[in-house]
Write a protein that binds this ligand. Structure first.
Ligand code: ATP
Length: 244
């Protein structure tokens, strides 16, 4: 697909462009990128976790799952923030590659990514590459996000392949892709922000909607979720049909 093909000389070209003016000198060792993976996680499932894991490995980045309190671009979550965090904590237990960042839950009002990335940029300074991880479906809606063009001043955008959910990209997004796409993750260390990269991850056709529908129908979503989520009945209780 055209939108996932990098233009000729992608990585080098991005480095030369200095991506949004946040480039650094070649002699400085590149700080490890920090990648955030936002979502409602209503509930978290193996599609999220595997994609985040592969991103951490392939980008050699610190990856944090970042649950939204009030997602501005989609219906409100079914489970409370506290219930979704409990699920995330259970899902992430026993490993230390993927972290949890709860800052959007602490902030009142809609969870705008541009505000979250501004806060991270203020915290980590101008040098550290920040990455916004987005599934292909979520990325298609990017031009409707609040102050979306500012996102490129703050972070790189890495698009995780999701073949079963691949809506067409609007022209404005395709234009950004043509200007910003890089061919390899190494280019994401050559600047702190401003590039786009498509990361092929294992295609796991799992969605939170599917998991919610199974639970509402009284079925068991085993093997779509980490076992830990099924081991404690209280964790998924918000999604189960009410007892008769
Ligand atoms: P829902 O079915 O409720 O819309 P979802 O499964 O898409 O939920 P979200 O919490 O909305 O999950 O998604 C958070 C992020 O994870 C988005 O960027 C989304 O594209 C991505 N994502 C979700 N499921 C997958 C998957 N199976 N593979 C790759 N990316 C995914």
């Amino acid at each position: 697909m055209a939108r996932v093909r990098a233009p000729a000389g992608g990585a080098d070209a991005a480095a030369r462009r200095g991506c949004a003016g946040l480039s650094r000198g070649v002699a400085t060792p590149a700080p490890r990128p920090l990648a955030i993976f936002g979502g409602t996680f209503d509930p978290v499932h193996l599609g999220h976790l595997r994609a985040a894991w592969e991103a951490a490995e392939q980008l050699d980045a610190e990856v944090r799952l970042l649950p939204a309190r009030v997602p501005p671009h989609r219906p409100q979550p079914l489970a409370s923030a506290a219930a979704r965090v409990a699920l995330l904590r259970a899902a992430l237990a026993g490993q230390d590659r993927l972290g949890l960042d709860l800052r959007e839950l602490a902030r009142p009002g809609p969870s705008y990514s541009v505000d979250t990335l501004s806060a991270l940029r203020a915290e980590y300074g101008t040098q550290r590459p920040l990455i916004l991880l987005l599934g292909e479906d979520a990325c298609a809606g990017l031009p409707s996000w609040d102050r979306w063009m500012q996102l490129f001043d703050l972070a790189h955008i890495v698009v995780l392949t999701r073949p079963a959910s691949r809506p067409p990209w609007p022209d404005s997004l395709q234009r950004q892709w043509r200007q910003r796409a890089v061919a390899a993750p190494a280019a994401l260390r050559a600047a702190a922000a401003g590039a786009m990269f498509s990361l092929r991850v294992s295609a796991l056709e799992i969605s939170a909607s599917q998991v919610r529908a199974l639970l509402a129908a009284g079925r068991e979503p085993r093997y779509l979720l980490p076992d830990a989520l099924l081991a404690d009945a209280a964790l998924l209780a918000p999604y189960r049909m009410p007892p008769l």
